[in-house]
Design a binder for this molecule. Structure first.
Ligand SMILES: *[C@@H]1O[C@H](CO)[C@@H](O)[C@H](O)[C@H]1NC(C)=O
Ligand SMILES: *[C@@H]1O[C@H](CO)[C@@H](O)[C@H](O)[C@H]1NC(C)=O
Ligand SMILES: *[C@@H]1O[C@H](CO)[C@@H](O)[C@H](O)[C@H]1NC(C)=O
Length: 425
């Protein structure tokens, strides 16, 4: 009876808050209906699996609630689609992973909560997804035998929104989208300790039309990383750090051909991080490009490499870790990267580093109103190798980009596409 009352209340609250068209019928499910215990000790995997199946096969729009006040321990699980209608997964309580890696089956170690081929899913509710990754990090620091699981992984999904929840202490990556599109990841709090190994915040692989906005991300590894073939990605209003900052790449790993383009990153605060905004490729091997990238309105505080392109060629940088194929003219091309209104402090001498490829120099880079000084008050400097482009407005430290007269005949005019991009900023 009490449950019925709660359901009614929930129905009323969410009909008002989330569902403008309240006259439509809704189905409201909670994990407790499927036998979940929610004491943080019991195994609630079957309850979640059964609840998902019920939600996925229901004909109406469904709300599946992970209730507040409960802590639900879930073993690695695939929640598969396609489903019959849109699902709202309302995570108000806590979902936790088994703590000991030995509790995970050998075949289950690549990911924890895996969404596969799901469409039109909205996750919200203010709750916490906690990977309890401490023992995985300890293992990773000893030996990289096997990568730790990705905590929440969407694969081959479309129309996904993840909003207003906390993801913490992931075994490795907190939130990953692979071959997915029409994605929003907003109002998230993503945290794990600075010294946790490989704990990326949000990781995008082969995905397009992705919006990542209004997030706090503080992890041991990259804040947001973009690899593979990604297009139309927007990152906005994100606080990053500590960790490794924003990363496009590493591209070209294992001779892959990667196309990353139309990436817009703006209104970021990046502090105490290893990198600010980085584009990274292997030194040789692979192909494709990273291009049409705009980094705009970014404040750095105590960031080791605030602006960096790293194609593995600089003597003062560690080489990209992947094997070097001999005499490879195949390299990922880096071009049309714009840095606009980037200010703040660098923890190292080189606030700006463009360390590009001999085989395919970086081209059409531009620095517009950049002002970076060293955190200790000294002057910062720029480092360039095979880097071509221009600087506009005040650029501190002084730009070391080479003029690109040699390619003038290639680009006499800006294309229609470029004009469009500029006008939508
Ligand atoms: C690269 O190839 C190696 C060996 O086949 C494999 O173990 C590794 O996972 C690959 N890396 C990526 C990023 O695909
Ligand atoms: C700069 O960041 C590092 C971590 O990257 C941190 O250890 C150090 O205390 C920070 N320094 C200042 C002045 O904030
Ligand atoms: C650059 O930043 C420094 C430190 O914030 C500031 O004092 C200086 O006025 C700025 N320079 C310009 C040209 O904006």
């Amino acid at each position: 009876m009490a449950r019925g009352a709660v359901l009614l209340l929930l129905a009323a609250a969410f009909a008002a808050a989330l569902l403008p068209d309240a006259a439509e019928s809704r189905i409201l499910l909670t994990l407790h209906d499927f036998g979940a215990v929610g004491d943080g000790v019991a195994d609630d995997t079957k309850a979640l699996a059964d609840a998902w199946t019920a939600a996925c096969t229901a004909g109406d729009n469904v709300i599946l609630n992970v209730p507040a006040g409960g802590t639900f321990q879930i073993w690695p699980l695939t929640l598969a689609g396609p489903c019959r209608s849109e699902i709202k997964l309302l995570i108000s309580g806590d979902i936790v992973a088994p703590e000991s890696p030995s509790d995970w089956g050998q075949g289950q170690r690549s990911q924890w909560l895996h969404f596969h081929k799901v469409q039109d899913l909205k996750i919200t509710g203010g709750g916490i997804i906690d990977g309890r990754g401490q023992q995985w990090w300890a293992q990773s620091s000893l030996m990289r035998a096997q990568p730790a699981p990705k905590a929440v992984h969407f694969e081959d999904c479309q129309g996904i929104s993840v909003k207003g929840i906390t993801l913490q202490n992931s075994q490795s990556y907190h939130l990953t989208f692979t071959r997915s599109s029409d994605v929003e990841a907003n109002y998230l709090r993503v945290t794990s300790p600075e010294d946790s190994i490989d704990t990326k915040g949000i990781h995008l692989v082969d995905s397009f039309n992705v919006h990542v906005m209004d997030n706090l991300i503080s992890t041991g590894d990259d804040c947001v990383s973009i690899v593979g073939n990604c297009e139309d990605v927007r990152l906005r209003a994100i606080s990053c750090g500590p960790g490794h900052g924003i990363s496009i790449g590493t591209l070209g790993v294992n001779n892959s051909v990667d196309y990353v383009e139309k990436i817009k990153v703006d209104t970021l605060f990046i502090s105490n991080a290893e990198n600010g905004v980085r584009v990274r490729t292997t030194k040789s091997g692979g192909g494709g490009f990273a291009r049409k990238v705009k980094f705009e309105s970014i404040v750095m505080r105590n960031v080791t490499n605030p602006i960096i392109v790293d194609q593995g060629n600089s003597d003062h940088l560690p080489a990209s870790s992947e094997a070097v194929a001999p005499a490879a003219a195949t390299v990922v091309q880096v071009e049309k990267i714009n840095y606009i209104d980037i200010t703040g402090t660098s923890a190292s001498k080189h606030a700006v580093t463009f360390s590009c490829s001999d085989a395919k120099p970086c081209r059409h880079l531009s620095l517009v109103n950049v002002n970076l000084s060293r955190v200790d008050g000294n002057k910062a400097s720029s480092y360039c190798r095979k880097a071509f482009g221009r600087s506009i407005g005040t650029v501190i430290p002084e730009s070391c980009l080479s003029k690109e007269d040699f390619v003038q005949h290639d680009v006499p005019q800006r294309s229609e596409e470029d004009r469009e991009e500029d006008s939508d900023s």
